[in-house]
Design a protein around this ligand. Structure first.
Ligand code: FES
Length: 118
């Protein structure tokens, strides 16, 4: 039951070879195993959207996805939005709003306005 799997997560263009249990969520792997702590954990039930990341160009709630499911996919977190030293509008919004960005903003800017984060 506690068998571990060797996988590689590609986050913001960088590969992270990690060993995880099948039940480990993507958000926990991103934070704990890959050290990318910009993605946060809120409700852990798929309600709040705090853990939203982009996986193969689709917004997903990383608390509802297992890390092993993200093997071979391209993951983009808030850290990957900057253009060099220039902050992305989303990163500026996080700073200006103390880490709270309305979900409709994410929907409009990362899914072409169609639906909310998943
Ligand atoms: S932590 Fe709330 S939706 Fe993932």
């Amino acid at each position: 039951m506690n068998e571990k799997f060797d996988i590689t997560l590609n986050i913001n263009g960088r590969d992270y070879p990690i060993r995880v249990e099948a039940r480990k969520t993507l958000v926990d792997a991103i934070r704990d195993d890959c050290g990318q702590t910009g993605t946060h954990i809120g409700c852990e039930h798929g309600i709040c959207g705090t853990c939203t990341v982009i996986v193969d160009e689709e917004a997903v709630r990383s608390c509802l996805m297992f890390a092993v499911q993200a093997q071979g996919k391209k993951i983009r977190t808030v850290e990957g939005l900057a253009n060099g030293d220039e902050l992305h509008p989303l990163q500026r919004a996080f700073i200006e709003n103390h880490g709270s960005v309305p979900l409709h903003w994410l929907s409009e800017h990362h899914q072409g306005g169609a639906g909310g984060p998943r």
